[in-house]
Design a protein around this ligand. Structure first.
Ligand code: DC
Length: 212
């Protein structure tokens, strides 16, 4: 079985940074699956397609190019918000399912981070983390990131965005954000990024046993 590491969790929990660090540590390719939903959302916004219009969204999702996920606009607040909406459309999830499964099936293995990697995309992954942190802490981190990028942000608005996305991602019918029964919980509320990465490596190494 390829070595697949599934990293799930809510917005700004630190899962992306942790997943990248795990990929470096274990020498595996990494896929930020949130970027796929953001790319579909951005394509829809640019094409004037409705964010609930399953019939128009599905071909946009099917045409996505994994090599072109570096558009800075993917990181915008508008793209995040729209991504959370298109990700509730089952036809979009179905189109992206194939891409993610193919990435996970590489012979060497892979690290994928998202919301449903351990539950839907790679339920047999030998190592799964569910990364979380208190909403206020996640909002503080996201606000600091946005300020560092030169944006003028209001802490209250960032927290409201995070809570709205948590609610939408957790309450949708299609593959909601939920911890897999066999995922290790990593709460980063009181951890800085170095400590969180160290803990993630420990947890994954323990799951993989002596083979790595
Ligand atoms: O991780 P992120 O903030 O870049 O994700 C953007 C949105 O995409 C998020 O609000 C929910 C959705 N998403 C998803 O539904 N399933 C995934 N595996 C990854 C992201």
């Amino acid at each position: 079985m390829p070595l697949v590491i599934a990293v799930d969790g809510p917005a700004a929990s630190g899962k992306g940074t942790i997943a990248r660090a795990l990929a470096r540590h274990f020498g595996l390719p990494h896929l930020d699956t949130g970027a796929l939903y953001r790319a579909v959302a951005l394509a829809a916004l640019r094409a004037g397609v409705g964010l609930e219009d399953a019939r128009a969204l599905a071909p946009l999702a099917a045409a996505l190019d994994l090599a072109r996920l570096d558009d800075p606009a993917l990181r915008d607040r508008a793209a995040a918000e729209a991504a959370s909406r298109v990700s509730a459309v089952p036809e979009v999830r179905a189109a992206l399912f194939r891409l993610q499964r193919a990435f996970a099936a590489q012979p060497r293995g892979a690290v994928l981070d998202g919301r449903d990697i351990g539950t839907v995309i790679a339920p047999d992954a030998p190592a799964k983390l569910f990364v979380t942190a208190a909403p206020e802490v996640r909002a503080g981190r996201r606000a600091a990131e946005l300020r560092a990028a030169g944006l003028d942000v209001d802490d209250g608005e960032v927290l409201a965005d995070i809570l709205a996305r948590d609610r939408r991602d957790s309450e949708r019918a299609a593959a909601p954000l939920v911890r897999a029964a066999d995922a290790d919980l990593l709460d980063t509320t009181d951890l800085d990024i170095d400590a969180a990465v160290r803990r993630a490596i420990e947890l994954v190494s323990a799951r993989l046993g002596q083979s790595f």
